[in-house]
Design a protein around this ligand. Sequence first.
Ligand code: PMP
Length: 396
Amino acid sequence: MPVTLSDRLSAELSGLRESGLLISPRVLDAPQHARTTVDGREVVNLASNNYLGFANHPALKARAAEYLQKWGVGAGAVRTIAGTLRIHEELEEQIAGFKHTGSALVLHSGFSTNQGVLGGLLKEGDLVVSDELNHASIIDGLRLTKATRKVFKHADPEDLDRVLRENPTEGLIMVVTDGVFSMDGDLAPLDRLVEVARRYGAVTYVDDAHGSGVMGAQGRGTVHHFGFEYADDVIQVGTLSKAWGGVGGYAAGHAGLRQLLINRARPYLFSTAQAPATVGALAAALDEVQRDPTLMERLWANTRYFKAELGRLGFDTFGSVTPITPVIFGEAPAAFEASRRLFDEGIFAVGLGFPTVPRTLARIRNIVTAEHTRDDLDRALAAYEKVGRALGTIGG
Ligand code: PMP
């Protein structure tokens, strides 16, 4: 007899429950803002990726409403079948202009962008070398390719050099890295990685999900931060779902990249395009970040303040240099307990444990945004101090 669905579900769920890995997301009863209502409670929100406060920005909402009225609620079908709406094409031109690349393509999410681009570009006989801490969507995207897959040590150009040296290849060689790493908030050493990649004729692929809208002048991204934006051997992908406030993903780079992806990226070919309201919001986001420099200024002033104060209290923020600010608590139960206690103090910040992060480096991941006021951050810091002392994380 085959296993029944209900046996499968109860066995899997109790396995997850017993190992402490069962996830059930908290429910927000109010929009994503620096302060929101979670499970009925008013909290300071340190959990979202709403870096620039765009998820509820008036200019984005206005443009979304305008596009909704003019273009309707849906795109109709896959772009190659129903025809692509003018606004999708315009958004892509806007992104290519913003990123200073030869072309850009927009997909449905950052996740599907990694599936589409890695799956669409790499072939048998190619070599792809990926940072060991790259995001799950890169790992899954690479599973779709027949290229030879290798891993290099996190942010380690010398190890990248070793892997490239040991694996001579006639096909395309691609080095893949996150721009900003989502758990530690550290930066890929792109200057050195690109230099090594070039020595072997390799292309560098940067997933800038947490760097776009955060790093570089006007949030143009980690590739801009390091000055590689005009390079044809650098591909920038990322999400439009974090700093940019909506949902979507982009791939930007070589002038021929978009055309090939239109023909080869399976999410483009087989999934309906983004809704017009989303496209409107994203177009407005790109305008707004260039119009209002205070957004980036506030994001970084808040980031510097919060990190410095956590450090002064004695917390370990793991050398993070971006708004992603981990606070290390040791083993997972300690991090989860701290997250619960912080929530009781009115602070919403998520605990992360093994296997998402190494076993002894369980943490709470705090995301600082442009929207937080000094008062929000001080409230969070006071709660951290209280919880950290109670748990013996600081003050011992
Ligand atoms: N890449 C990285 C590095 C990410 O952190 C994320 C988001 N968790 C994604 C891709 C996926 O982006 P999206 O949420 O738009 O699917």
